[in-house]
Design a protein around this ligand. Sequence first.
Ligand code: F55
Length: 825
Amino acid sequence: MNAKATKTQPSPVIDKAAFKAAVIKHLHCTLGTDENKANNHAWWKATCAAIQEQVLEGLRKTQKSHYLNDTRAVHYFSAEFLMGRLLSNNLQNFGLFDVANGALKELGVEISDILEEEPDMALGNGGLGRLAACFIDSLATMELPAIGYGIHYEHGLFRQEIKSGAQIERPDSWRHYGNPWEICRPESIQEVSLYGYVETKYGDNGRVLKEWHPGSIVKGVPWDIPIVGYEGKTVNVLRLWQSEASGYFNWDVFNAGGYVDAQRENVSAETISKVLYPNDETEAGKELRLIQQYFFCSCSLKDIIRRYKRAHGDDWSRFADQVVIQLNDTHPAISIPELMRILVDRAELGWDEAWGICTKVFAYTNHTLLPEALEKWPARMIEKILPRHLEIIYEINHRFMAEVDKKWPGDNAMKAKLSIIEEGNEKMVRMGHLSVIGSFAVNGVAEMHSRLVKSSLFPEFDELYPGKLTNVTNGITPRRWLKACNPGLSKLIDKKIGEDWPLDLDKLQGLAKFASNKTFQKQFMKVKLENKELLAEEIRKSLDIEVDVNAIFDVQIKRLHEYKRQHLALLNIMALYRRILENPDYDMHPRVFVFGAKAAPGYKLAKDIIYAINKVADKINNDPRVNNKIKVAFLPNYRVSLAEKMIPAADVSEQISTAGKEASGTGNMKLALNGAVTIGTLDGANVEIAEEVGDDNIFIFGLTVEEVNELKANGYNPHDYYYKDPEIKAVLDWLETDYFTPGKPGALVSIKQSLLDNGDPYMVLADFRAYSDAQIAVDTAYRDKERWAEMAIINTAKMGKFTSDRSIRDYVERVWKLSPCKIES
Ligand code: F55
């Protein structure tokens, strides 16, 4: 399994002449065009088709080896996979990037132009979906048998446009002109049942048998995306399910009176995989969303069982030895009652035997503590869509309550607290509880988050099941997030410490001894400057804003959410602006604040914050009195491919969430890996980043979790800060005027209201002064060029821990118990 392997760059499997011939062949034979007619899009597709030949060869060999070795495999169930683009990645992993570059050059084509033709595969919202993408990259790289299971959304996350400062959502159509990577597998179509009713029957031996008569059945069509490991040995699969009508409609059910109403509300089959829900950190509670979840879980379980039966027939005794399923948050938690249904109703196993298997198969990753993000489904909704599953959930709960009673005899309050069912006006099913009870391992995603999962989210579960709750700190793939996105820095690192760091990121430690070396500092900062020039060009093209590349590039990129506190950054920008207006000689190094963020379409305040950032930006960017000391650039449509351009150019990484709210963060890791210095709170993985780089190489500020809780307990009043700190008062009052929105007074007032009238739930005002002071410390540090270069280098050098290979190694050792499988050629 050890990714900490061997040698250098992957050695190219074909040479330039062969690659060139393959591209031309596909231009002619796959696309029906030729060199004279082809536009960049056609060249992109032909290049994809050329590399896909290698990909499919690797895929075939991998599948054969896994089959022959009857390997245990991990099945990563995730409603989201935020893959981004694949061409550059696949070229890199086969060691063919330079070969392709040379071949295309000879054909008169710039590789950078054709890479831009590829639409992002944005089948995810943010960190959770991107984590899944990094993990499947590491799994393939480490030669581990693994398959990703998810949904083949027709529309991924919306495309964001900014009109007069405000976010507009436009549909994303990533497959509009065909996706060259995916392979449809009609031979593996599955059927999924929905609605209907449950019939109770009695078997010969008096055994109660349950039969679900579904009201409708939809088809799940699998599309496979090959996932190429670094060095191209293992090629695993991401299998995404697309819904289709099956033509089946149960008229018996329809005619059975009481079911008519339910049937009328049936979703049409095709809508199930139509669109990704654009919410992060909030649960919409919509019926279609539950159907999406069940749809992909049901298809995936059937697929796994088909494969298992091919090797082991009806002998279920080895199922848990062969299959482990990782639930990426609770979105796939309905898999637990679904597997129970298959084992009990279909395979006719006894409950205890079935439950024994289930609880050896599932493991669950928690990604949030925010109460509004913890999934709960109305029992009535589950009953309508999945009537048998609700019965099974009740049975699981009934037996679990008996366990609770054993541990805490007669304690009804404890039962109510731990029950899968939340009683109230409307009975709700708590998917987090179901996941903890039905899994053999539960993990948080950073040390601090996992500690809080144990101490505040699930303390009683931790007592009931000692050792079940654990930590696996998140990670990122250094292949995409350094080697591919930052070729300048990668080449410099190759020269300094060798080329094997992409497989063994701890090797970056070797850079630390050059951190104070003047020559290396100059080389390192020259690469940074070149990356800043590229981003400056992007900013010019996209926003028509000129930025000074000698300014500090200060980057905040993540979904827009109050807890992530983009508005804290905004208040500081306004304060700086005010200081300059009050004192034209205000001493600061020029700074460019760059933002990228999408807001959930229904999240009003988040959209207001985007609007405010853009309005403040307009004013500051065009005010000659600012004398170019501050520029603010909000880049629209933040996505993986834009992140790849922003991250290498960052000097400063903004990680300023309220302590205790950001489970981990992964952008923090990507930015630090590319030599950005963090300004951040002691939250999520920032804590571990600080441990790695040392206090001198990070700017930590603000309340700790304990202080946040104490302040809340003692009655936090944001007005205290408003009245005590004149600068806070001035900037908040400024929001109420029409200074930033001429002719529209009050257009930005919702932000002030949330911070004062609504009690400032994320303690922005409490942390403002500390943040603003930390920003001054950043400014001072940056002016010492050598000291700053040293800090930046140390950040890159100390990121070894955060490779997703290490996360996967932790999962393999602590949870999955997997072995790598060598691929025979
Ligand atoms: C998406 C859909 C729903 Cl219904 C709920 C949440 C999400 C989502 O996107 N969550 C998410 O991205 N969570 C993030 O997961 C990352 C990976 O573990 C963490 O780094 C990050 O802290 C966390 O917010």
